[in-house]
Design a binder for this molecule. Structure first.
Ligand code: ATP
Length: 262
């Protein structure tokens, strides 16, 4: 059997004196979308950062069978794109120039972006509803606009693996759906493999093919949304009360208020 695009095997991360990830296993087939969910502090961002090589880990992380530590930095930058939850954006840079940073791994050291790079960046800005913002300095954007621009830079990398940390955190419902639809279209049309953390469980139930539920740094459930997002799991790991409806068009989650004490 061929290697999955991404394999995380027995990965643990310790930061300071705290065990943040414990023996995490994950296999993401090429062209799939895995959603990493879990309550605040469960280790979702740390898992994505470990895949990027930004935090030290034990265990093995491989891309198409090659240990990520063995990839040359340029090769890694071409193959893995990352849209962080709270990116540091260079002040004064325009939206289109920031998007073009995604083309850096494809350019020779001193050459600037080529015409094809500009056309690609413009196409991505169009697909993300950002054309009117192309010339705007990054610091003038709203939170949701910034989030889409960070995604634009990641997509400009034309990666084989796209890591998204809370891609919808600052987006209104319409833009959240548009971004996730676009990601899914790129997955289907361009064969991009996606791993994203998601807080919004209603969206998490609809887009990724598979969910991995982290709690306290460990994988406590994995599989289809209907198997992971059970009322019992929501109560146990999120301390949340919800009604879960599984129907022909997927899983729907209805948060329920706790009845007030009588
Ligand atoms: N450098 C560090 N030293 C010690 N603990 C850290 C460090 N960085 C992160 N942590 C802790 O690791 C845990 C996991 O953090 P992480 O950001 O991965 O969680 P998360 O699931 O993405 O959370 P959220 O949903 O709130 O974004 C948290 O308890 C956090 O405080």
């Amino acid at each position: 059997m061929s290697d999955p695009r991404l394999r995380v095997a027995g990965v643990s991360v310790t930061l300071g004196r705290s065990a943040i990830l414990r023996d995490v296993d994950l296999a993401v087939p090429a062209g799939s979308w895995v959603g990493v969910i879990g309550p605040n502090g469960a280790g979702k961002s740390t898992l994505l950062r470990a895949v990027l090589g930004l935090v030290r880990h034990t265990g093995r992380i491989s891309l198409d069978g090659t240990d990520i530590g063995a990839l040359r930095p340029r090769d890694r930058a071409r193959r893995i794109a990352y849209a962080p939850q709270t990116p540091l954006l260079p002040a004064g840079m325009s939206v289109v120039d920031y998007t073009l940073l995604g083309r850096t791994p494809y350019q020779s050291m001193l050459a600037g972006p080529r015409r094809a790079d500009r056309e690609l960046a413009e196409g991505i800005l169009h697909r993300l509803d950002l054309t009117d913002f192309a010339g705007r300095p990054l610091q003038t954007l709203s939170g949701g606009e910034r989030q889409r621009v960070v995604l634009a830079r990641a997509l400009a990398q034309q990666p084989s693996l796209l890591l998204l940390d809370e891609p919808t955190a600052s987006l209104d419902l319409g833009h959240a759906q548009a971004v996730l639809e676009l990601v899914d279209r790129l997955r289907v049309e361009d064969g991009i493999t996606v791993v994203s953390s998601l807080h919004d469980l209603a969206l998490a139930a609809q887009y990724p093919r598979e969910l991995v539920l982290l709690s306290g740094g460990s994988v406590v459930a994995a599989g289809a949304a209907a198997d992971v997002l059970t009322p019992a799991a929501l109560a146990t790991y999120y301390s949340a009360h919800a009604h879960v409806e599984v129907g022909p068009d997927g899983v729907r989650i209805h948060p329920l208020r706790t009845p007030p004490p009588s």
